[in-house]
Write a protein that binds this ligand. Structure first.
Ligand code: ADP
Ligand code: MG
Length: 175
């Protein structure tokens, strides 16, 4: 049966990195099958929980070789990503848009900044602090929650899928 949620304990940052890379691989399969699809993913948790760290390893896990910095001041950072398929040999271009809405002064600032169009472009949106948009964002296919554990480097990372695409991605993660 399709599992639409699961939690993993990450004892140290390397475990978080490995989990983000696993998600990258699962997303890559989805984009290989459909290069025009779009996914919305939220990253929730307190300051310092590891949202940006997770996003960085996810984006780099998909082959992006540049720096992935926190979008705290810009609200949005775009990352072009090439998804390559071996059979048949094809390359698709998608874009990961990484948002951080922590500093938004108004829940609709993201729309006024013209970011709404990114929410259905081929690729995916990763949103830190979605609650600052107060329900004005499109639905999330996958919600990721990061919670600090009982020591400095441990985290519990939970995934919840809200769509069939999201569920397929989460299922691959558990395999
Ligand atoms: P956020 O974006 O949630 O505010 P950051 O990713 O910017 O958090 O910061 C998380 C900090 O915690 C980083 O300095 C990172 O190195 C550290 N860290 C320690 N252990 C972990 C872990 N298991 N997973 C993620 N980050 C960790
Ligand atoms: Mg952050």
């Amino acid at each position: 049966m399709a599992q639409n949620s699961f939690t993993q304990h990450c004892r140290q940052e390397a475990d978080t990195t490995a989990l983000a890379q696993k998600l990258a691989s699962s997303l890559s399969h989805l984009f290989q099958a459909d290069q025009t699809t779009h996914l919305n993913i939220s990253l929730e948790g307190d300051l310092g929980a590891g949202k940006t760290t997770f996003a960085r390893h996810l984006i780099q896990g998909l082959g992006y070789e540049g720096r992935v910095k926190s979008p705290t001041y810009t609200l949005c950072e775009p990352y072009p990503i090439q998804i390559t398929n071996t059979k048949p040999p094809t390359t698709a271009s998608i874009t990961a848009h990484h948002f951080d809405f922590y500093r938004m002064r108004d829940p609709l600032e993201w729309q006024e900044a013209g970011f709404a169009e990114h929410f259905d472009e081929p690729g995916f949106c990763l949103v830190e602090w979605p609650e600052k948009a107060e329900g004005s964002l499109p639905a999330f296919d996958i919600e990721i929650h990061l919670i600090s554990g009982d020591d400095e480097n441990s985290r519990n990372i939970s995934f919840k899928a809200n769509s069939s695409q999201g569920t397929a991605v989460i299922e691959n993660l558990q395999a």
